[in-house]
Design a binder for this molecule. Structure first.
Ligand SMILES: [Zn+2]
Length: 141
């Protein structure tokens, strides 16, 4: 798992979670990476992007301050989780219903296939990749 520092053409900085740098490039080329503030998909990766490996496999190589960063990232992600409704594998269906005003507007999260995510984006529905680390599968306190 990699956390990349990203920036849109309007200068908004945000973090994206990806399986790998290649995963990021792949999602970027399919316009699946969008600025959470203005939805721009011309996203660039900031050169100073620190890397975070939550599996702990390369923990010994983690730069100083990585622990604080990890805590900060987890807190931010928890906040997202608390403010969104988990619709699980009904994500694509629910996102469409909201988009076409068939369901109450709200922030949802869930799982979807890359194909479904691409289809949603092509329909003009905003999708933000947010792979949750295993740690967040624990119940929220
Ligand atoms: Zn932006």
């Amino acid at each position: 798992m990699k956390v990349l520092d990203l920036q849109c053409p309007h200068g908004h900085r945000f973090e994206g979670w990806f399986a790998s740098a290649e995963d990021f490039e792949s999602q970027l080329s399919r316009k699946l990476v969008a600025c959470p503030i203005c939805s721009a998909t011309e996203v660039s990766r900031l050169p100073s992007a620190p890397r975070l490996n939550l599996s702990g496999a390369s923990e010994s190589q983690a730069p100083a301050g990585a622990e604080n960063r990890q805590a900060r990232v987890l807190r931010a992600l928890r906040e997202v989780l608390e403010k969104t409704e988990n619709v699980g594998d009904r994500f694509a269906e629910e996102a469409r219903r909201i988009h076409y005003n068939e369901a109450p507007a709200r922030n949802i999260r869930g799982v979807t296939t890359p194909e479904d995510a691409k289809a949603l984006v092509e329909e003009g529905i905003e999708v933000m990749p947010l792979p949750a680390p295993a740690a967040l599968k624990e119940p929220l306190q």
